[in-house]
Design a protein around this ligand. Structure first.
Ligand SMILES: NC(=O)C1=CN([C@@H]2O[C@H](COP(=O)(O)OP(=O)(O)OC[C@H]3O[C@@H](n4cnc5c(N)ncnc54)[C@H](O)[C@@H]3O)[C@@H](O)[C@H]2O)C=CC1
Ligand SMILES: O=C(CO)COP(=O)(O)O
Length: 344
């Protein structure tokens, strides 16, 4: 079995690059939905997305429309690629259009404000589908690099491994190597939390801190991600994989990352409003740091870096003071609760 017709809902950087991946992997028909008719027309008629990926040309199998129902009609794969906080409203508007057997794929890396739900949970609730029908694609996948066919790995997470393998086949190309994983919770948390950590990394970088600081933020950022994951039932090994460490390294270290760049702006002294005004694309961590912090509180988990990022973004705390607050925390073992090694 293979995917014959895919709909990609959202024509930002990743939605557009993902449409190319699907077509390059052999999907005969890929329809991108764009809110703006002029962008849909550029993708459809010129095979080009001038706003988000001006250097990329799309294969002939990719077309576009500004009518979401037209895109979804007959699709056996429905890919959701809108900003996380807009998913619920968008999906509600499309309700009833998604076919009864279609596989739904989330590309989004955020946690919903207020409900504190992961994107796959929002999809299950709003589209009223079984969790087994929802897959998550996540990993170190900066859209401009994938669009340029630079080789990378990614993860297809789904509770139904047969369905994960279906999506795996649908996106397997000579430049993208997908692995399956049944840990949907861990994969989604890895993708969402790394955005908050990348904001902290960007702040530290703009403040002139060096590689020791950056390595510490990555490592302790991963530790707090894994703590949250453990409390929510994720497999700890997921965080050592592409959806955890892999994505964290890519996002923190790349100037292409919107989250890292946003953090750099804050580190240079811009206010949230100034940074937002200068940023056209989605930096998910700016909103998700609030929901991740609340999710952590709800299960009694400490996430100090995410909390300080929230303080800088939403309480106007000076980034340097936020880093100082992290250093002033009580000292503790590196892995509390984990038995000491025996080789001493
Ligand atoms: N860009 C990347 O490299 C990657 C992005 N992602 C994730 O993919 C998701 C989508 O991100 P991108 O495509 O990068 O975003 P983007 O910022 O490039 O584009 C977002 C798209 O959503 C549209 N949009 C904005 N508000 C909307 C609304 N209310 N309703 C419907 N559409 C709306 C925009 O017009 C745009 O087409 C995010 O969760 C992001 O974290 C995941 C992996 C890589
Ligand atoms: O998720 C990404 C890479 O895997 C993209 O990160 P940004 O949203 O920070 O650009």
């Amino acid at each position: 079995m293979s995917i014959q017709r895919a709909a990609v809902l959202g024509s930002g950087s990743w939605g557009t690059a993902f449409a190319k991946v699907l077509a390059d992997a052999g999907t005969p028909s890929v329809t991108v939905w764009s809110r703006r008719p002029e962008l849909a027309a550029a993708i459809r008629d010129e095979h080009h997305n001038p706003d988000y990926l001006p250097a990329m040309w799309l294969p002939d199998a990719v077309t576009a429309t500004s009518d979401a129902f037209e895109a979804i009609d007959g699709a056996d794969l429905v890919v959701l690629a809108v900003p996380s906080q807009t998913l619920r409203a968008n999906l509600a508007a499309w309700n009833g259009a998604i076919g009864a057997d279609a596989t739904l794929v989330s590309l989004m890396k955020g946690i919903e404000l207020d409900t504190l739900k992961r994107m796959s949970e929002v999809i299950v609730e709003v589209a009223d589908v079984e969790p087994d029908r929802v897959a998550v694609v996540t990993g170190p996948n900066l859209a401009p690099e994938i669009a340029a066919e630079q080789i990378a790995g990614t993860v297809v997470a789904c509770r139904d491994i047969g369905r994960a393998e279906l999506v795996q086949r649908a996106i397997s190309t000579r430049y993208l190597r997908p692995y399956t994983n049944d840990d949907v919770v861990g994969c989604e948390l890895g993708g969402a939390v790394k955005n908050a950590i990348a904001l902290a990394y960007g702040m530290a970088s703009a403040l002139g801190f060096g590689d020791n600081t950056k390595a510490t933020l990555i490592t302790r950022g991963l530790a707090e991600t894994a703590r949250l994951g453990a409390a929510l039932g994720a497999n700890p090994m997921t965080f050592a994989g592409l959806a955890g460490l892999g994505d964290l390294i890519a996002t923190c270290s790349s100037p292409l990352s919107r989250n890292r760049s946003f953090g750099e702006r804050l580190g240079r002294g811009e206010t949230l409003e100034q940074a937002q005004a200068a940023t056209r694309q989605t930096a998910e961590g700016v909103k998700s740091c609030l929901s991740i912090r609340d999710l952590a509180h709800s299960v009694g988990v400490e996430m100090p870096i995410t909390e300080q990022v929230e303080q800088v973004c939403h309480e106007g705390v000076d980034p340097l003071k936020a880093l100082a607050a992290l250093m002033a925390r009580e000292t503790k073992p590196e892995r509390p609760g984990v038995p000491s090694s025996t080789g001493q």
